[in-house]
Design a protein around this ligand. Sequence first.
Ligand code: VG1
Ligand code: CO
Length: 543
Amino acid sequence: MKIETIKTTPIDGQMPGTSGLRKKTHIFMEPRYLENFIQATFNAIGGGTNKTFIIGGDGRYFNKEAIQTIIKIAAGNGAAGVIVGQNGILSTPAASHLIRLNKVDGGFILSASHNPGGKDEDFGIKFNTQNGGPAPEGLTDKIFAATNTIDNYKIIDADDVDLSTINITRHGDMQIHIVDAVVEYQALMEKLFDFTAIRALFAGGFTMRFDAMHAVTGPYATAILEDTLGAVAGTVVNKVPLEDFGKGHPDPNPIWAKSLIDLMMSDASPDIGAACDGDGDRNMIVGRNTYVSPSDSLAILAANAHLVPAYCKGLAGIARSMPTSAASDRVAEKLGIRSYETPTGWKFFGNLLDAGKVTICGEESAGTGSSHIREKDGLWAVLLWLNILAVRKQSVANVVTDHWETFGRDYYSRYDFEAVEIQKANKMMHHLRNQFSKLVGQSHAGLTVTSADEFSYLDPVDGTISKNQGLRITFEGGGRAVFRLSGTGTQGATVRLYLEQYSGLGGNLGLDVQTALKSLRNAAFTISDLEATIRRTEPDVIT
Ligand code: VG1
Ligand code: CO
């Protein structure tokens, strides 16, 4: 089969962010854009010769075309094989698992996660390494550097592969294996959890709604929840992955999964509601009249994990991203294990998991996961909740309230200011940094500042330092405000403001979240001078 070396020149802005390279779909579809990035990735990892890769995506618009191109470039770079999800589908956690299970050299995951899909929406590529986890910063820096020096890419001249049939074919010397997207992932879940107990839970009349948001988890959730665990047919809704996710944002939060929230807050509520995002790595958990904040969910899962087969021997440690609330730290303290605070993005958990320092990790953005793979895992979190409920025989609401009574409650909310002019967003961050030296001791909105700093992370495993990971301000009385710029947006800058207020022991103050956070919000708004710096007074999204 003929390998062609095609001349190219660098394309601006192919810089991987928090979770891979993310751009408008039409940009990915421009000539050489995808080709350059894939070739740059091969260049950065020292070539593709004799290597094998997993390839799959969340089914969004351009997924299949991009997969065909990646297969041809892999062959052009001398790869020994590719393993591709049937119809081009693989959830991010399933891809991570397949990389580990088959001990291959890495994987290309095509997704812009919770960002909407379609020709005028977003597309993305993540490269995961041998351990199954997202490329660490050292590698994404190399990929970016390679995109700036690239002068050719190697591709074979071949027909497209039939992605719909499970079989093994070849492009010249390279083997192409189309695999079922669900089977191995499901087998892993059956090893981790007590499926018999969960089956008994459903058989006893327990009800659920799982919203796949027309994204990748539909086939996984249907096979596991309905076909295997016996949840009644219809439990999984929006189960067919669509190229445009039915025009929604496949983002499992109260804004974008509003119909699920409405159901859970109504008389018709099932016992539990859950939803996952575009690529299946995030999760939302809702009980009857009870929304479980992601930071609380992490803490509750960690506190109860020992009830489940995979974690019955206890946890090695717990890691959370810096903006995630301190709820899981309190659990670690009680369990007598270490807690770690990492920058935003799953890539920072990989080293801790590989070194056996932590078992469970999570982020405020609805990502939870464990040492079973090297990505966050939406359906895993849902199954862990189900297994815990099956053992505790309590409602979601009771489990949550019980947790607050034991540990106290961390009121939490995130404000997103979207599509802000990049210059203005940077100005706001500068404005904040400039005040940091004099902020301590000042009082704003009745709250006294106790510390102000910029988070930087020293990886305890490999000693890498990651700077500029968010500005944090703490207040007397257990409040904290964090400012950070998103690394996953595709339009201007997204400013994220994370607010957290600890209730103290004794748990629930009986307040709604925004009321509990009001002073903190006012203090954060005043200190950052949002109105003057980014000309916004209200966030676009509050979660
Ligand atoms: C966001 C979240 C972060 C998450 C990342 C990727 O990043 O805040 O917690 O790891 O998305 O998630 P940012 O930089 O926009 O804040 V996913 O589901 O897109 O892999
Ligand atoms: Co995701």
